[in-house]
Design a protein around this ligand. Structure first.
Ligand SMILES: [Zn+2]
Ligand SMILES: [Zn+2]
Length: 344
């Protein structure tokens, strides 16, 4: 089968011809219908996040049809539309038994520690396969498994509830999902902080208050818009110390800042005036849980979580095209996600 693989860190991905994976009794073989190209994949290629072993087929945002199914897998059948939970966990370590599989002692990420969806077929454990209703396009089903899932996990970690206001820093794949999820959960007001004009326009068209960080300090703008109160929840989805600090500073009393974006920079806070006084909280967010996926699938089914065709770019399963899409992620892209749809 065709696959697009990372052979050497710091080098472009390569087209490869690899054997069709053999599946065991608890596994499922999926014919990939859509695979999202994620910022993390650019980090693996660049060597910013360590990837092991090589060569590796990237791709952790995957949806498709069941091609073959192990005899011990009962919840999906041949030909079913499915999407894939990207964390493969042991199910028995002290974290897994508490439903915290993101910390699994021997956890593996699909497309990082084991071959992913930049291929015609992918083999995954049956427990990682979720049925994808007909109402949800494959492209949306794939993207939801990463960006929407992490956005939902961030909202849950921040204990976001109906009637609260929220500031979202960055309208990429995560922000685009977070905005829709916040609205689905009956938020009061959503502020979207961005510097990309196309994304500011798209935030406004989705009912958010667009905060242009190029024109003035976003914290001042949010304070002004909330009559000095600040917001209940802030999500930092960019991964810079500057925006992380802004996310904390725009909080009101009892506000919670959930930090999702990755950075190696350190961030400074004045504890008394910026946290203690307000009983504000800073919360780290890592990945998501399999138990959160059914909520997403339900919201997508009812049309509350959507990835309209104009927000996506589609490319074929081809190394040159995928490398170009990964290159583009180094700057701010105007669309939400590029998705690989392998030609037949
Ligand atoms: Zn991803
Ligand atoms: Zn485990």
């Amino acid at each position: 089968m065709r696959a697009v693989r990372l052979t050497q860190v710091g080098k472009p991905l390569e087209n490869a011809d690899v054997p069709l994976p053999e599946t065991g009794p608890t596994e499922v073989l999926i014919r990939v219908a859509a695979a999202g190209i994620c910022h993390s994949d650019a980090h693996y290629r660049a060597g910013i996040s360590k990837i092991d072993p090589l060569p590796m087929t990237l791709g952790h945002e995957v949806a498709g049809r069941v091609e073959s199914v192990g005899r011990e897998v009962g919840h999906v059948a041949l030909g079913d539309r499915v999407c894939v939970h990207y964390l493969v966990s042991c199910g028995s370590c002290e974290f897994c038994v508490r439903g915290l599989e993101q910390f699994c002692r021997t956890g593996q990420m699909i497309g990082k520690h084991r071959d992913g969806g930049y291929a015609e077929f992918i083999k995954v454990p049956g427990s990682n396969v979720f049925p994808l209703p007909d109402e949800i396009p494959f492209e949306a089903g794939a993207i939801m498994m990463c960006s929407s899932a992490t956005a939902l996990h961030a909202l849950k970690k921040a204990r976001f509830k109906a009637g609260e206001s929220i500031a979202i820093f960055g309208l990429g794949g995560l922000g685009f999902s977070a905005l829709q999820l916040a609205r689905a959960f009956d938020c009061e007001a959503v502020y979207v902080v961005e510097i990309n004009p196309a994304k500011l326009a798209s935030a406004a068209s989705m009912g958010a208050i667009a905060i242009d960080a190029r024109s003035a300090d976003p914290v001042e703008q949010i304070k002004e818009a909330t009559a000095g109160t600040g917001v209940d929840v802030a999500l930092e989805l960019i991964g810079s110390a500057k925006t992380m600090r802004q996310a904390v500073l725009c909080l009101g009393h009892l506000g919670r800042a959930a930090l999702v974006g990755l950075t190696a920079e350190s961030m400074s806070i004045f504890p008394y005036t910026e946290l203690i006084n307000k009983e504000a909280e800073i919360i780290g967010v890592s990945d998501h849980l399999a138990t959160e996926l059914p909520t997403l699938i339900e919201l997508a089914c009812s049309g509350k979580l959507r990835f309209p065709q104009e927000t996506l770019r589609v490319v074929d399963l081809d190394a040159a095209k995928i490398n170009a899409a990964l290159d583009a992620l180094q700057d701010s892209i105007d669309h939400v996600r590029t998705v690989i749809v392998p030609s037949k």
